[in-house]
Design a protein around this ligand. Structure first.
Ligand code: FRU
Length: 609
């Protein structure tokens, strides 16, 4: 568990620029000439606090320990203003000489100017670093990193009652950089414990997305039931690497022969499972720019063979293919295979999204099902804008197939109005298959059963409302900044649209519209709150409801900056971020004709963060 101590994360004041070379006590700064500076740690302290200004370019930092290059990382070192500071943990180097050799070489600055830049006077030593939540949009019941940028969920596995979640993490700022595997764990998928960093960059690159599994057969020789990890080492090229853990995923030992697999073209995000029939691993790998998925096999994760490829020209192709996952699910007693393929850009509402294919897999080749017209249909897992890089847990108990996504979109993830951290995960979801009225098999997603543990109080249980043109409003719970869960069934009486509006006293609103003529449900966040940070943020997202006869259901989870909407049976899902200036306080229902809202349930939810 990362220490949670006191240190002001935000450093609001800009220290007066001084030409002196001493920064905070115990830190000495030496300017060597244009854009090159040494920062020497001379005093004691657990952390060297590095000042960040998000709008400037990255500086390259070589961390020298006793004169040897320990590692290189990139930080947007502050120039004219300090947005916040990030910690460099000095604990591992206690008793050694620590120097940062900094090249702010992105643009030419004369020495005098460099000396006056805020950052050089604002490195400080601190014994503690406060990671308690200080931001109003930080989700209260979704997983977020304690601080810094997060994107894809990675390497999730379940072992001995614990759900492990790794993630693409930048420890040195709230924008994408320095990809590292952060780690959290949970016994119930909703209360997360922050664990020490799992895998750090090395000489062959930063650590991009990948997967973990339990090596029950000791196929790798690392030991029976060792946790094995595959990930992409990303530098000038993308290569695939192997690691294993001897302490249930707390830390990983990299395979000395890395990389284990290379190609001449960009490929990433290896995802594996052990195939007991072939006694080999099956690995799916995104051949990103070719927009296809490679299927490989390996007896030991060290020697890989390309068996086949799927996807060229199929499905959505308007972006790179990333983060695949392959797993079986049953429908009507038959096994079908689901291939998840994340795509960026090219999603149905712009930017990133998760598409999937249903088909068969014989251990070597994936064959996608075709629709009535003989084509392979494009299917979307979630019809919101903020659901990406979704993959599933390996080795989940009771035959469960549990997924989690990154709750953002590459279009604006780096610009959302948060600072201490950026991005959260979606709620965990259980996957299953269903046959829709069009005869096609689709993926259903419902919140994992553990999500019920978040309920604090039952506010309403089973109410019915007959609604017409005049809106019927119900207050949302105000406890914990309005965190709540609301579920109801809708029956449209004369095929008229039914509107459901979440709103606050500032007239900020989300409008959900059920259209029973074309069997769709829409989510309009154009006036939901703050949206001016990106032209791509205001949007209306629309999903088929996969229902007939004018009936559907809605199940909402409202956190401080997101609304997830499920059909009660999981046939549609929509995940959207929202940034209301104050929590939504009311939900209202109306119809252009008449409609019945029944089984209205409402719960206030607990705040975990
Ligand atoms: C998807 C992705 C992956 C890659 C990772 C890098 O969001 O681009 O393909 O491994 O992010 O952080």
């Amino acid at each position: 568990m990362m220490e949670i101590k006191r240190y002001m994360l935000m450093a609001p004041t800009l220290l007066a620029a001084s030409l002196g070379s001493l920064a905070g006590d115990g830190v000495k700064v030496e300017h060597l000439g244009v854009n090159n500076t040494l920062v020497r740690v001379e005093g004691d302290g657990r952390y060297l606090m590095m000042p960040v200004q998000e709008s400037v370019d990255d500086a390259k930092v070589n961390l020298l320990v006793d004169g040897k290059l320990e590692r290189t990382f990139y930080v947007r070192l502050a120039k004219s203003k300090i947005d916040y500071s990030v910690p460099l943990d000095l604990e591992p180097y206690k008793g050694h000489n620590v120097v940062l050799e900094i090249n702010a070489n992105n643009e030419y600055s004369p020495l005098g100017e460099v000396k006056e830049q805020a950052s050089w006077n604002s490195f400080t030593l601190a014994d503690s670093f406060d990671t308690t939540n200080s931001e109003k949009f930080r989700p209260a019941f979704h997983h977020t990193p304690l601080y810094g940028w997060m994107n894809d969920p990675n390497g999730m596995f379940y072992k001995d009652g614990v759900w492990h979640l790794y993630y693409q993490w930048n420890p040195y700022g709230s924008k994408w950089q320095n990809m590292t595997w952060g780690h959290s764990s949970s016994t119930d998928l909703v209360n997360w414990k922050h664990e020490p960093t799992a895998i750090e960059p090395d000489g062959i690159g930063t650590i991009f997305s990948g997967s973990c599994a339990i090596d029950t057969e000791n196929s790798t020789g690392f030991g029976k039931d060792a946790v094995v990890a595959l990930y992409t080492s990303a530098a000038a090229s993308q290569m695939q690497s192997l690691a294993h853990s001897e302490n249930n995923g707390e830390s990983f030992i990299k395979y000395p022969g890395n990389p284990v697999f290379t190609l001449e073209t960009e490929a990433r995000d290896p995802n594996m499972y052990w195939n007991p029939d072939t006694k080999k691993w099956t690995i799916v790998l995104a051949h990103a720019l070719e927009k296809e998925i490679l299927f490989l096999s390996s007896p030991d994760l060290k020697e890989w063979t390309v068996e086949s490829a799927f996807g060229k020209g199929e499905g959505a192709q308007d972006g790179v293919w990333e983060c695949p996952d392959l797993f079986p699910l049953e429908i009507n007693g038959k096994k079908k295979w689901v291939l998840l393929v994340n795509l960026n850009p090219g999603g149905p509402f712009g930017g990133s999204a998760t598409q999937y294919f249903i088909g068969d897999f014989d251990g070597k080749t994936f064959t996608a099902d075709t629709d009535a017209s003989g084509k392979i249909p494009t299917k979307w897992m979630d019809f919101g804008k903020d659901h990406y890089a979704t993959v599933t847990w390996s080795d989940a108990p009771d035959g469960r197939r549990t997924a989690i996504g990154w709750m953002s979109n590459w279009q604006y993830a780096a610009d959302v109005p948060t600072q201490q951290y950026r991005s959260a995960n979606t709620l965990p979801r259980e996957l299953s298959l269903f046959t829709a009225p069009d005869g096609e098999i689709y993926l259903a997603s419902v919140p994992s059963p553990e999500v019920k543990n978040l309920r604090a109080k039952t506010i309403m249980n089973g109410r019915t409302l007959n609604v017409g043109k005049k809106a019927s409003s119900v207050s949302l719970p105000s406890a914990n900044d309005g965190l709540c869960e609301v579920a109801f069934d809708i029956e449209s009486k004369k095929n008229a649209n039914v509107n459901i509006t979440l709103s606050n006293s500032k007239n900020e609103k989300v409008v959900i519209t059920y259209n029973s003529t074309d069997n769709t449900i829409a989510f309009d966040r154009r006036e939901a709150g703050i949206s001016n940070f990106s032209v791509d943020f205001p949007a209306v997202t629309v999903s088929p409801t996969f229902s007939i006869n004018g009936k559907t259901s809605v199940h909402l989870f409202i956190d401080r900056s997101s609304v997830e909407m499920f059909a009660k049976d999981g046939k549609y899902v929509m995940t959207n971020l929202v940034f209301p200036n104050e929590p939504y306080s009311s939900i209202s229902f109306s119809s252009e004709g008449s409609a019945k809202i029944s089984n209205l349930e409402m719960y206030s939810l607990k705040a975990n963060n």
